[in-house]
Design a protein around this ligand. Structure first.
Ligand code: COA
Length: 351
């Protein structure tokens, strides 16, 4: 069996659901207009500098529960049962719900009722965590002949690391989860994966402990959609300009590298699914790739979800399939970057 004969399923996803037709009245949706009421910002600035209009926020479920919902969704997509799964890899940066011990993968195993004896473990690698998890799953399927199906879950809740009085951070993040099943297949599926990292020596992206403001749904809507809770916690800090420089380069280089390594040319790629962190980063990567001969369509859904970290390319992949931009047999690249600093890309044939 070639290492390319591992298929990637269609994704299962979970996003905090809309609860109201009007996003301004929906506590699961943070609109730019909501942010205007929290900090000194405006819709025009956020849209021009990030491309984001809305993000979802999960008020009730933990990241392990969001991941379990995505796992159930992907089992349904494939028509499989928890008992069919031979390993679970849970990818996330969020480990502070008292869940470090046990790990989130064990929780998912409990919910989907897997067989006793299968390996279950977590993977944390910044926003590229899901691609790192997919790489581990593919490698394990190649190395261990008794494994046929591996579940990879990615879930993030960066809104709970966000200080809603910090205008440069609170406009960026949303919550979501996604999942895939990787399995042995007759036809080539995942063609190549590249993963890279370099130490964040200048400390451009991470968490810092301090006082900040978190948001909860309001008890009284007439007073506003959200209420603030001042709390000492870990909050995201970032040198946005530095991250943008790193990301724009890393994205186009990783796409180029993964395609070449698999023996294809950039012009062969039909769709590119990039990490949804900032529309300007996506547009800059688009420009660089076009110069190098890329003709692939780029999936963008940042306007509706913001940056959902490890779940971001899974939501975008799902949307590409729903919108029929991605169709069976197509050559697709996923590419992502984030804390670490890490970056990664995968070339695959859509199942
Ligand atoms: N509304 C209005 N003004 C804002 C603002 C907001 N929400 N946030 C910052 N500003 C202000 C700054 O205070 C600054 O004002 P000053 O010039 O008076 O000092 C000005 O806007 C420019 O700030 P800057 O940080 O240079 O803006 P930017 O163009 O770099 O955009 C980010 C900021 C965060 C949107 C952008 O840098 C970014 O998206 N970076 C990458 C994020 C990312 O990819 N993260 C990856 C995590 S995986």
């Amino acid at each position: 069996m070639s290492y390319k004969n591992i298929s990637l399923s269609r994704p299962g996803i979970y996003v905090p659901p809309r609860t109201h037709v009007d996003p301004q009245k929906d506590p699961n949706v943070i609109t730019n207009q909501d942010l205007e009421k929290m900090v000194d910002t405006n819709d025009e600035w956020i849209t021009r500098r990030t491309g984001i209009k809305e993000r979802r926020i999960e008020h009730y479920l933990g990241v392990h529960e969001m991941g379990a919902k995505a796992a159930e969704a992907v089992l349904k997509v494939k028509g499989y049962d928890g008992k069919d799964i031979d390993e679970i890899i849970f990818c996330t940066n969020k480990h502070h719900l008292g869940q470090e011990f046990k790990h989130h993968a064990g929780y998912v195993g409990e919910v989907i009722n897997v067989r006793d004896g299968i390996p279950m473990h977590d993977e944390a690698a910044g926003c590229p965590s899901a691609l790192y998890g997919i790489r581990a799953a593919r490698n394990n399927l190649i190395a261990e002949k008794d494994k046929n199906k591996i579940l990879v879950v990615a879930a993030e809740k960066l809104t709970s690391f966000t200080n809603y009085k910090d205008r440069s951070m609170c406009v960026l993040f949303g919550d979501a989860a996604g999942a895939y099943i990787l399995e042995r297949s007759k036809n080539p599926g995942i063609l190549e994966i590249v993963t890279h990292g370099k130490p964040d020596r200048k400390k451009v992206l991470g968490l810092k402990r301090g006082m900040g403001f978190q948001i909860k749904p309001s008890d009284d809507f007439s007073l506003g959609k959200f209420k603030f809770e001042e709390k000492e916690d870990n909050y995201i800090y970032m040198d946005g300009q530095e991250v943008m420089k790193f990301a724009s380069e890393a994205m186009s280089e990783a796409v180029h590298e993964v395609v070449e390594k698999a023996g294809y040319a950039l012009k062969d790629v039909e769709v590119i699914v990039p990490h949804q962190a900032n529309l300007r980063i996506i547009n800059s990567a688009r420009k660089n790739l076009k110069k190098k001969g890329s003709k692939g369509e780029i999936i963008v859904n940042i306007e509706e979800y913001g940056n959902t970290s490890g779940a971001s390319t899974i939501l975008a992949h799902h949307e590409g399939l729903e919108r029929k931009i991605i169709r069976p047999g197509m050559l697709v690249v996923k590419v992502t970057f984030g804390a670490g600093l890490n970056w990664a890309a995968m070339l695959f044939k859509q199942e």
